[in-house]
Write a protein that binds this ligand. Structure first.
Ligand code: AHR
Length: 503
């Protein structure tokens, strides 16, 4: 099968916001405890943070990490996580039916963000709490000393404000599973007043209001319209979430789910525009896709704890999806979609980062390793920065229940500031290789390939483990070449690739 693509240097979609490669860490399962934090681990730093995990996260160059939830935040008291550690209370976490020792709170998380070189994106509790607690948390984090909260922060060891830019106004407030679930009008009013108060403290904050938990919600997309009608003048982003699953064991169908993601983004972008027009507003609101990933492998094994039959364990194994090679293709498709939608999606967070539906796994008694999905996320984060190219693509497609004519080859293109171009390509076809030809126009000079990475495997179910961490890993590709201005690449069946060229 053949596919033809044209990339012109000046035919672009948008500047890709670096925050497209963000991540998420929740007080859930072993994400925090024995994930990033394990004082008795041989690699632990002086703050009790695992050094092996810090190294793997640092390599990803994660621009922003959302914290502390997730469903957890909707019943969280941020004050439980400050002050002397031996005086912090252990609380029951209603969202995941576990307990939390609060040994990690805002100070520990902020220090960890410094260690890995990322920015914090904090969520306030608009489930069980409201404006007052959100305001207090903001002032604790960002107020100067000489004020009540600034002085308390100093007493707890940190005089300088952290000056956090991103604040999420609650989490998935459309979901009946959420502590303090609200209607769109109730949430819209609360978010609007909370955001207004936060802005009165600092005009430069970027505020993120809750959109739909997923596009299958009964309230979608009216939820977005109503919430934005209330919050349009304070919101900078509306948050969307989506998880992907292959429950039926149908790979072709599974790999078409990114079409649903694309439609979801398009619908919410249109809703934003409708509200903008209704309001006669000059402001722009963007999408923060702050939870996305594959999530289904662990559903069955989690039932006992989530149903409340396991008591209130501290940091149990929860949502520990073990990712396979098929999921590499899915994550590659998701990231391609975000790059192509980078005109409206300015923030995206893989959910989550360590142990809990995560690219990085740890053994409390051993090391840390990369899951299969680490790789497409890694390459996109490192080489997917710059300007998204508007590619013209001619490729054969197939029909699924989700969409018609889903292209067998899925491609995104990025022009970096140094002039190099990177293409990320997925071949969705199970048996046929695709002969891909990319005409590269408007770049001047003779293009040549500088990097070519391929991830493929004979077994879609292949996974990485502590004992075999490189079972699914990138390998140097071969055969990619530029002839007469056309980049030729062969895409093996079911494969992910990255090709980088320069002129
Ligand atoms: O990431 C796991 C959970 O998924 C989050 O806590 C919640 O926001 C979503 O439903």
């Amino acid at each position: 099968m053949k596919a033809r693509v044209t990339a012109h240097r000046d035919f672009t979609i948008a500047r890709i916001d670096d925050r497209l490669y963000g991540a998420f860490l929740e007080h859930l399962g072993r994400a925090i405890y024995t994930g990033i934090y394990q004082p008795d681990h041989p690699t632990a730093d002086r703050n009790g943070m695992r050094g092996d995990v810090i190294d793997l996260v640092k390599a990803l160059n994660v621009p922003v990490v959302r914290y502390p939830g997730g469903n957890f935040v909707s019943a969280y008291n941020w004050e439980d996580g400050i002050g002397p550690k031996d005086q912090r209370p252990t609380r029951l976490d209603l969202a995941w039916h576990t307990s939390d020792s609060n040994q990690v709170g805002i100070h520990e998380f902020a220090d960890w963000c410094d260690s890995v070189g990322t920015e914090m994106m904090l969520a306030v509790n608009l489930g069980s709490r409201g404006l007052e607690e959100a305001r207090n948390f903001l002032e604790y984090v960002s107020a100067p000393t000489g004020s009540y909260w600034g002085d308390l922060r100093k007493k707890n060891g940190r005089a300088d404000p952290w000056k956090v830019r991103h604040w999420c106004l609650g989490n998935e407030m459309d979901g009946p599973w959420q502590v303090g679930h609200k209607t769109a009008h109730e949430y819209g009013r609360l978010a609007s007043e909370t955001g207004k108060a936060m802005r009165m403290f600092d005009k430069s904050l970027e505020l993120i209001v809750c959109g739909s938990s997923h596009s299958g919600m009964d309230t979608y997309p009216e939820w977005e319209r109503i919430v934005l009608e209330h919050t349009y003048e304070v919101a900078d982003h509306i948050s969307l979430h989506m998880y992907f699953a292959n429950r039926a064991g149908n790979t072709a169908e599974y790999l078409s789910q990114s079409e649903k993601l694309d439609r979801y983004i398009g619908t919410v972008a249109s809703t934003i525009n409708v509200v903008k027009a209704n309001k006669r507003s000059k402001r722009d609101v963007y999408i923060s896709f702050d939870e996305w990933n594959v999530w289904y492998h662990s559903n069955q094994q989690d039932r006992e704890i989530l149903d409340g039959n396991g008591g209130w364990p501290h940091a149990p194994r929860l949502l520990e999806d073990i990712y396979n090679f098929e999921d590499v293709l899915q994550v590659g498709l998701i990231l391609n979609t975000f790059i192509r939608r980078s005109d409206v999606v300015k923030i995206a967070c893989i959910a989550q980062l360590v142990n809990v539906i995560a690219p990085i796994m740890t053994d409390p008694k051993g090391g840390a390793w990369r899951q299969t999905i680490y790789w497409p996320y890694y390459f996109a984060s490192i080489f997917g920065r710059g300007t998204a190219l508007n590619l013209s693509v001619e490729v054969q497609g197939y029909d699924t229940e989700i969409a018609a004519d889903v292209g067998y080859a899925d491609i995104s293109g990025v022009r970096a500031d140094d002039g190099t171009m990177t293409f990320f390509v997925v071949n969705r076809h199970a048996t046929e290789a695709i002969d891909l030809g990319i005409s590269v126009e408007g770049f001047g000079g003779v293009p040549r390939v500088i990097d070519h990475q391929v991830i493929t495997h004979t077994d879609l179910r292949a996974v990485n483990t502590a004992e075999n961490p490189d079972n699914v890993a990138p390998k140097a590709g071969s055969g990619a070449k530029v002839e007469d201005g056309v980049l030729h690449v062969s895409l093996p069946p079911h494969s992910w690739q990255m090709v980088r060229i320069t002129t």
